[in-house]
Design a protein around this ligand. Sequence first.
Ligand code: SF4
Length: 397
Amino acid sequence: MRPLLVYVHFPWCLEKCPYCDFVSYKTDREAIDHDAYADAIVRELEARRPWLDGHALSSIFLGGGTPSLWAPHAIARVLEAIRASFPPPDPRQADLEITAECNPSSLDRAVARELVGAGVGRLSVGVQSLDGAQLKFLGRLHDVARAIDAIDAAVAEAPRVSADLIFGLPEQSPDEAASHAAELVDRGLSHLSAYALTIEPGTRFGELARRGRLPTATDDATADAFLAIEAALAARGLDHYEVSNYARPGQEARHNLGYWRGASYLGLGVAAYGYGPVDGGAIRYRNATDPERYVAGARVLRPGAPSLDDRVTVSVGALDAETLLRERIMLGLRLAEGLDLAAVARELGLDPSEVFRGRTAAIERLTRDGALAIEGTRLRIPPARRLGTDGVAARLF
Ligand code: SF4
């Protein structure tokens, strides 16, 4: 049985943040048809399921958007349908990891309790900052007190809690970024994700930056904040297991580890991506980004692999072994454990010695520069160079 990750996208938020390029639509909670969306997800699940025979359920992730806005009874129905569709996870795993992303503006103790009652075991809270002015700059609806209350509510109700922080903000000192990370962990988190602010085209920040009107941090200040956060969390016993992620031992996000290690994933819902085997190769598909089109299309989905002939899928592409290898290098090098290039090559049906032969010069150059470490056939990026992971990976293509 191959492991399967299931991702469910919930595409609505109470506000659109100016830096956000996720598919999310601003709406009021009352305007969402919670049951119709759950119906569509369950229909899509039933249609896609036969394509994924031979997989066992490894984790479920409710992402968005803001899944903490979704009615808990609708979440419970979706989770039950997913669990009933696939064999249970590897018995060596203690439990099935089920995560829901939450925003402080829609998370209090009662909501946290309802989410846990619906079957969610891990809450991931979008705190982003513990400074009022920075939260305003980021266009967030919550203030610092609300963020703290949401974290405390999550920690009180859920077995596992993570938070997201953004660093590399204008006029934010490295010490301040580290102090936010430390304060959150001291409130009982077992996991923290810390992302450098990135300016994406097509967002309000992207437009302001294009016109030269967006204050930004320097690259040096961002790099210093990255190292300060790492030091503060190491002092609290959290491992820096992925470029943007820290966890107490055993509390790593198993769902995301699955992505980085190349597992199949079933994406359900508006704009979701999925990836899985087909005819000895692999495909990646994407669903419609328009909620109305998605819900209408899900009603008439027929069983089988995603195809451009159905009304939900908007793109589907075959991935050859070389493309998959590049992706695995890109993703695997994000992990502290790195990747065993020979094992990945074998898994993809490639000749490991050929894979190394074509990269010998690049590997030698990178190791000489201190940007890459190699032990046997395993490649890793040393801690001091991890902020530049994508650049190192690209030089191995
Ligand atoms: S809450 Fe999250 S998903 Fe929603 S707009 Fe803001 S960053 Fe995007």
